[in-house]
Design a binder for this molecule. Structure first.
Ligand code: FAD
Ligand code: NAD
Length: 404
């Protein structure tokens, strides 16, 4: 610990890290602790909007917020740099361009795509991981359309868009693509029937977390808008041309191949010698790493056990922000030698968009919503997230108010 005051370093300015920092700003004066926030970029992005960036239905700038606009520089030092390793033994964080020491550490470095080692996936498929990787997908799709009538020789499958995995991300992405593709067809004078949007899922159903009625509604809504959904079709390989799928090794070809088959915690965790469970750090109920009194791991980097359901909580923004509240309170408790609080998740429900004006939801004690009501709920959730980060000004600047 430095001579004067303890130093708290927060790694990552996603939902978990930025919320922790904002709470610490409220709870601690600059005399009580030095707070340092480290993030790869000078902006925070709304990860929950990345499928829209990838489909090209929103501008990437709408989904990102300059961090210095929403934190107080008198209370928090922002370091824009990439973390490469955490040296627990010496209480240091190694960054690409410098190093930092800490007394207390909050690791909130978020998610990376998990391809489960499927052959060729890393080489040939796009993944939704951040603003840059998502923007690349929308640019690539548009390039396929621009090229089609340009006189350059094109493959007959070049307009096809193949999405691997029909969990939340895959389904929300094809929902956006169902809106984007007709716009691109119009812009580049292409017959809509020449474009296939194909979503391939290994499980016997899409969106296993919703009940049958909502799943059927989602499937029909997407299929009515031209999305092909293939269930019970595990992808065994990805080639330059497409996915190899199912027992008969069918090759489905496409000019754009996107993997949305799962996520894991930041690779910095493994590089730093943390013990991992399915790519995440197992934390105690106070969100500290076992045997590490001064390191908290939260958000998509953490594996937090749900004792009621007897499984880990699924990684969501909602969970990340609630964990951040508890971590900030526990850091203050540690500074004051007070007992720490256990984390208990209170679910506010689940909403999945199916494009701008459609969706399904389970909210307010298992009430089901679908259609425009669910889509409106999703916009409320998205705007609330902005409100929590930057207040009403940010909601007015970046909020979602486009009518249905
Ligand atoms: P992140 O949001 O991933 O933030 C991590 C931060 O760390 C980023 O700022 C990143 O730039 C930074 N970072 C990463 N690596 C480094 C490094 N090496 N050095 C420095 N900085 C680094 N959840 C919901 O609850 N509701 C939804 O509707 C929803 N929709 C989603 C839609 C999509 C398309 C996706 C992909 C996810 C969605 N989720 C949703 C899940 C949710 O986005 C994640 O659970 C949430 O983002 C986790 O928050 P986090 O703070 O842990 O990580
Ligand atoms: P996921 O793990 O939830 O879904 C991945 C899907 O890919 C699964 O349905 C899985 O069966 C399928 N899959 C895996 N391997 C496959 C293979 N070889 N072939 C075919 N299909 C395969 O991952 P996700 O959708 O990226 O979501 C990640 C996390 O983010 C989840 O916890 C989710 O709850 C959260 N999220 C939430 C929302 C929301 O609340 N609206 C939106 C997006 C993501």
């Amino acid at each position: 610990m430095s001579l004067n005051k303890p130093k708290i370093v927060v790694l990552g300015a996603g939902y978990a890290g930025l919320t922790t920092t904002k709470r610490l700003m409220q709870k601690l004066s600059p005399e009580q602790a030095e707070i340092v926030l480290v993030n790869k970029h000078n902006y925070h992005y709304e990860s929950t909007w990345l499928h829209e960036v990838a489909a090209g239905t929103i501008n990437p700038n709408q989904a990102r917020v300059i961090i210095s606009d929403v934190i107080n520089p008198n209370k928090v030092k922002l370091v824009v740099d990439a973390v490469t390793k955490i040296d627990k033994d010496n209480q240091r964080v190694i960054l690409e361009n410098s190093e930092l020491d800490y007394d207390y550490l909050v690791v909130a470095l978020g998610f990376e795509s998990n391809d489960f080692g499927i052959k060729g996936m890393a080489e040939h498929a796009f993944a939704i991981e951040d603003i840059d990787s998502s923007r690349l997908i929308s640019e690539h799709i548009e390039y396929q359309f621009a090229k089609y009538n340009s006189g350059e020789s094109v493959d007959e499958h070049s307009l096809n868009i193949l999405v691997g995995g029909a969990g939340f991300t895959g389904i929300e992405l094809v929902g956006e693509l169902a809106e984007r593709v007709p716009q691109l067809c119009k812009k580049y004078d292409i017959d809509r029937n020449k474009v296939r949007i194909i979503n391939v899922e290994a499980a016997p159903s899409i969106l296993p977390m919703f009940d049958k009625e909502l799943v059927e509604y989602a499937k029909k809504s997407l299929e009515d808008r031209g999305v092909e959904i293939k269930i019970g079709a595990p992808i065994s390989e990805c080639t330059e041309e497409g996915f190899i799928v199912g027992e008969d090794n069918e090759l489905i070809k496409a000019g754009t191949i996107i993997w949305t088959g799962g996520v894991k915690g930041s690779s910095v965790l493994g590089n730093s010698g943390f013990e991992l469970t399915k790519g995440k750090v197992n934390v105690d109920s106070d969100l500290r790493v076992s045997d590490e009194e001064n390191i908290f791991v939260i958000g998509d980097c953490s594996w937090v056990w749900d004792h009621n359901a007897d499984r880990p909580y699924p990684p969501t923004a909602q969970l990340a922000m609630q964990e951040a509240d508890v971590v900030a309170a526990n850091l203050v408790a540690l500074l004051n030698n007070e007992p720490l609080t256990d984390f208990v998740f209170k679910s506010k429900g689940t909403v999945a968009s199916l494009g701008h004006s459609d969706g399904i939801a389970n909210v307010f004690n298992d009430n089901k919503l679908k259609g425009k009501a669910a889509a409106a709920m999703k916009k409320v959730v998205d705007n609330r997230s902005l409100y929590l980060i930057g207040g009403p000004k940010l909601v007015l600047k970046k909020g979602k108010f486009r009518p249905f």
